[in-house]
Design a protein around this ligand. Structure first.
Ligand SMILES: Nc1ncnc2c1ncn2[C@@H]1O[C@H](COP(=O)(O)OP(=O)(O)OP(=O)(O)O)[C@@H](O)[C@H]1O
Ligand SMILES: [Mg+2]
Length: 238
């Protein structure tokens, strides 16, 4: 029996008077990689932010591993075991790569003892190992992305949420990132990826949700979506 670890049910999210999510419902099963797709401004980032308690959610339910998250402060949500990598990465620019990683582990109660530690993160992202003494700020965009994902892994979360990991990366770097995320998934991590790049997401996720205007318009197996040209054209083609 697949077990649902994250379930959003009728989630409404607002920025001031602007209702951005109109009742989003979705489920992520433990151990699966799921994509949340949609065009610019569709509501992908807001969905992830609603899980993290970073946007007002006046109604709906957000269940994570048996706990209701709605109304909980962000640091507690993170502590329950959600690793969130925002689209703007948020690494410490003045600290070295290694300090960035070590701090992430120290600030997470689940950090120690899991599969992910300095060695396994360096194994996943060899450039980080090479640049371990460099400051975060001097890394390339792709390397900063690796560092941000590495930081999230150091906490050994139960769920990893990646916002727009493919954004702004060259095809070569992107290929490396796909391989790395595939490895993380193969280690058993549950992953929710918000991205508008279908070519990228299809290589990672077995299941896809499509959001448009703050509503889930489609969900189903990624393989079926790839056969469904009409849905892709309607909601994803640029
Ligand atoms: N801080 C904010 N205040 C007001 N409106 C916002 C704010 N952040 C986002 N929005 C609006 O909410 C809607 C959904 O935005 P969101 O960032 O969730 O989209 P997205 O699917 O992540 O898009 P993108 O592909 O550009 O990242 C958009 O109409 C956006 O203008
Ligand atoms: Mg976004």
């Amino acid at each position: 029996m697949p077990e649902t670890i994250l379930a959003l049910d009728g989630v409404v999210a607002v920025y001031g008077f602007s209702r951005v999510l109109q009742g989003v419902s979705l489920a992520v099963e433990r151990g699966r990689v799921v994509a949340l797709l949609g065009r610019n401004g569709a509501g992908k980032t807001t969905t992830l932010r609603s899980v993290m308690g970073l946007v007002a959610v006046p109604s709906g339910r957000i269940g994570f591993d048996g706990v209701e998250l709605r109304g909980m402060p962000t640091f507690e949500i993170a502590r329950l075991g959600i690793g969130y990598v925002p689209d703007d990465r948020r690494i410490f620019p003045d600290l070295s790569v290694e300090r960035n990683l070590a701090l992430a582990a120290r600030h997470s109660p689940r950090g120690a003892g899991g599969y992910w530690n300095l060695d396994t993160v360096y194994g996943l992202f060899p450039p980080l190992s090479e640049y371990r003494t460099r400051k975060g700020s001097v890394l390339s965009g792709g390397e900063q992305k690796m560092l941000a994902i590495g930081r999230a892994l150091m906490g050994n979360p139960k769920l990893l949420m990646l916002d727009e990991p493919s954004e702004g990366l060259s095809p070569l770097i992107l290929r490396g990132l796909v391989a790395a995320i595939q490895k993380v998934g193969a280690e058993g991590m549950t992953i929710l990826i918000a991205d508008q790049n279908l070519k990228f997401a299809r290589r990672l996720a077995g299941y896809a949700y499509i959001v448009e205007n703050g509503i889930i318009r489609h969900h189903g197996a990624m393989a079926a979506l790839m056969e469904d040209g009409e849905t892709v054209r309607k909601y994803l083609a640029v």
